[in-house]
Design a protein around this ligand. Structure first.
Ligand code: ADP
Ligand code: ADP
Length: 233
């Protein structure tokens, strides 16, 4: 079953009356439980595609079916609901609130979803366990390393049990050893049944994914399975 089904996705930005085509017909399927790296040169359309996959933006043309729902023509408020229910985001800059503890940061999406305090605490702890940080639940950002902070951000992204986890350059601010740890966490999350799509510039980071899709100038240049996938913890 496809989590993501894209058919001839087009995206143009408009500068005055001039349309600048950025995505020029992207068609692909990503299935439940895949681990996909999206690569390509700067300006090839990766962020634009991730914004569409994450329902932060809508395509100019083509069809996007997410988990059985056609989201290509949804209004902004409907898209916001889909985003909250279906999608977890991880960003390069971690976006944790510094005054809150790890557990409180992870529980935030559940506050917005109206989950009771007791359930929030339980589910935040469960998500922190999945990223190996149960013992850091009371720590604030200034008491954690960059890698730990990014793992808290990953826990926050999965606390809603989204069907899709999207990450834009999640290791961009991390050293190579910490990057590997973070990629292993994504691998473990994928192995536990989630679908993960991440953008990276680094070949050795992409090697941790099972499938690599390369964009060039708004087209898919290649789409292939990694022959050797690093074992994950
Ligand atoms: P990548 O993430 O691969 O670097 P982007 O999706 O960010 O690529 O950008 C693809 C192209 O679209 C670039 O030429 C960029 O300048 C252009 N672009 C991105 N966002 C906008 C925008 N909001 N308005 C106009 N042009 C944009
Ligand atoms: P870039 O790929 O250029 O580094 P970011 O990763 O910061 O950009 O953001 C990618 C997209 O996600 C942008 O369109 C941005 O507006 C959006 N975005 C960034 N942070 C958040 C957030 N906390 N919540 C929702 N959308 C966000």
């Amino acid at each position: 079953q496809s989590i993501i089904h894209l058919e001839g996705i087009l995206k143009s930005y408009f500068m005055g009356t001039q349309a600048i085509p950025v995505l020029k017909g992207i068609s692909l399927d990503i299935y439940k439980n895949e681990y996909v790296a999206l690569m390509g040169p700067s300006g090839s359309g990766k962020s634009t595609l991730m914004n569409i996959l994450g329902c932060l933006d809508t395509p100019t043309g083509g069809r996007y079916v997410l988990n059985g729902k056609d989201v290509s023509k949804m209004a902004d408020d409907e898209l916001a609901d889909v985003r909250n229910m279906e999608i977890g985001f991880v960003f390069q800059q971690f976006n944790l609130l510094p005054r809150l503890t790890a557990a409180e940061n992870v529980a935030l999406p559940l506050v917005y979803a109206g989950v009771s305090k007791k359930d929030r605490t339980e589910r935040a702890m469960e998500a922190l366990r999945k990223v190996g940080l149960a013992d850091r639940s009371h720590h604030k950002s200034n008491e954690m390393s960059g890698g730990q902070i990014q793992r808290v951000a990953i826990a926050r992204a999965i606390v809603n049990n989204p069907s899709l986890l999207l990450a834009d350059e999640p290791t961009g601010n991390l050293d190579s050893k910490t990057s590997v740890e973070v990629m292993e966490i994504f691998g473990a999350i994928q192995a536990a049944g989630n679908t993960v799509v991440l953008v990276t510039h680094e070949e050795d980071i992409a090697a941790y994914a099972k499938r690599v899709i390369r964009l060039r100038d708004g087209h898919i240049e290649s789409d292939s399975m990694n022959a050797h996938v690093h074992a994950t913890a």
